[in-house]
Design a protein. Sequence first.
Length: 744
Amino acid sequence: MSVAAPSAAPSGAGAGGQAAAAAAVPAAPARRAPGGRPRIGLVLSGGGARGAAHVGVLKVLEELNVPIDAIAGTSMGAVVGGLYASGLTAREIESALTSGNLQDAFRDRPARSDLRFRRKAEDLNFLVRFPVGLKSGRFRLPKGLISGQKLNQILRRLTLPVAAAGDFDDLPTPFRAVATDLESGEAVVLGDGDLVTAMRASLSAPGVFVPVEQDGRLLVDGGLADNLPVEVARAMGVDRLIVVDVGFPLQTRERLDSVGTVSNQMLAILIRRGSNAQRDLLRPEDVLLDPALGDASSFDFGLIPRAIEVGERAARGSAARLADLALSPEAYRGYLAARESARRGVPTIDYVRVAEGEQRYGRSLEALFGPLSGTAPDGAALERRITALYGQGNLETLDYGFEQQGGRYGLTLAARRNSWGPNYVRFGLNLQDDFEGNSSYNAAARFVLSEITPTGGEWVWDLQIGESPRLATEVFLPLDYSMGWFLMPLARFEARNVPLLVGDRRLAEFRVRSFESGVDFGREFGNWGEARIGVRRQTGQSRVRVGDPQLSPAEFDSRSYFARLSYDKLDNVNFPRRGQSFLLEWRGERTELGSGRSSDLLTADWLVARSRGRNTLVFWSSAGTNLETEVVDVRSRFTLGGFLNLSGIAPDSISGNDFAIARMLYYRKVGSGGEGFLNVPAYLGLSYEVGNVWESRSDAGFSGARQHGSLFLGLDTLLGPVYLGAGIGEDSDNAFYLFLGRTF
């Protein structure tokens, strides 16, 4: 049942008002619990991260053998209360809240491992993390900073055994969640439907979480309307209340020193006024707990372990009053057994159904989830399948639920398109300065037109300005709904500077303009790998930009086969802490295709990262070779030099027909609490690099390799990684770097 709650009575009692109000409220007729004991209700307030104190209270209640017969919660209180009502113990909830998974879900930065392989590839050049939607010719932003997708899936897994309970009175402990109707401002009491949706709606702080749509209402955080739902709990037919208030404290004048703190104070005043009115309704036999959380932030989820301890201390401080509500050990074991029996297993899935209005993604959902019919629900397996489709990046939410119809048990699926898309744009930026008067920049944008075919095709346009201008387009055409096999026509124009070097001597620098077109055929393997082959044609011209003007412009027209194998399971491309990536690429020009010569170019790259605590060790190697013995085309030569590519010499200082380099890097996350500076992850590191270029593979060897190293400070900003580094090489080679851009 979802009903508008009655407005709270205004507070005017002042000091001692709680006792006066309690006397004015008539006692409700006692509804006896099993064994004739009084029914006990638990009220859990909202408070964001401060709400973790509720878990500490629950731990003490379990230690004291205090049963709970009904729970009413708001916001974070609804999450903790809903999990407890589902049959989880306090320690199981504590484990979930303190796990990295749930804390990361509140930050809602999707793990890179969850992204589709195409989205991972965007990280290589488009560094700004957040895409901006394109809709009706206008840029659009999401309705909230956090979509709640990750939180939804974690809550689904934790409450899976009671997923079939459509009435919250049928849960191991009856439960109510309070949300706010965003249009009317009314409190909405949620007592049936989907448990996870109710918890999510109650938690959805406007502007932070995306609002939840349910039964024609747009629901947000219940704290706006009823942050301490005393009346809601009382209406559930309880005799005694245990009320835990972790609400927002009011700041002193000294702390009201910015627009943010003044705005937060205004919200805290409004919420506190409603909470005080609810506190005035308490009776002398009720127990009120105020965990001493001080001015701890509602958004600091790093304080969860400490908040749990504070909740425990608050409950132990009232242990004598709580003990009056305790059961005998034998009776409490019976209470726990009844809760456990109500947390029944989920029956076998008889059918899979796509929710009405979600047919846009119906065939993709059926292809992914259809095979689950006839199997027992598995939360981890369901989450993996959800991730496979959500990782495309064009969905705001992708969720599942359960229903019963005619004695059959069904899995229901709902996919909601991005309200701000699905078309979007991503940006990239690269800036570099070597403190020698040389600097460069490139700024890029990628426009993605999504869902141009029923199977999820994309039309992509790339635009780059700066030292290396570029205009490119590709049409990604999946051949089936599983998005495994694909066809991709492409075309691109670009201009770049290519040095002509002999040894360490720079003889000239060419400006190469080229136009390339072709078509690729390939397959994605889950979200971790891709293999593709194709045919390419490249035409253009190179002219001398710096050097002997007598060197004449050269035109080229190459036609080649192309193949690439990619693997990527890195958790972060800027500062990887775990995982590995691998790339092997071959390009072969052939005269039978119309090219002026036959040649083969082979490159490989492999990176492995491992971490322990704040410390990370990375091994990274790269190599390339021209398989022909004589190559005179400047476009086919490999260059080395620059940060992490023989750091002691300037970028692109040496070139050859073949190259190889291996690096060993160590870096440590630094800053208060390991969170960096100003909440930006920061790393101090060093590298050891061994490599060189050669004119012939027969000359390659460790004896001819150069040994370099570097020291650096790196910041993983929203605009991309920023590095300040110093490189050291042989023969007094040294260089300094300041740049924004990816290095790995």
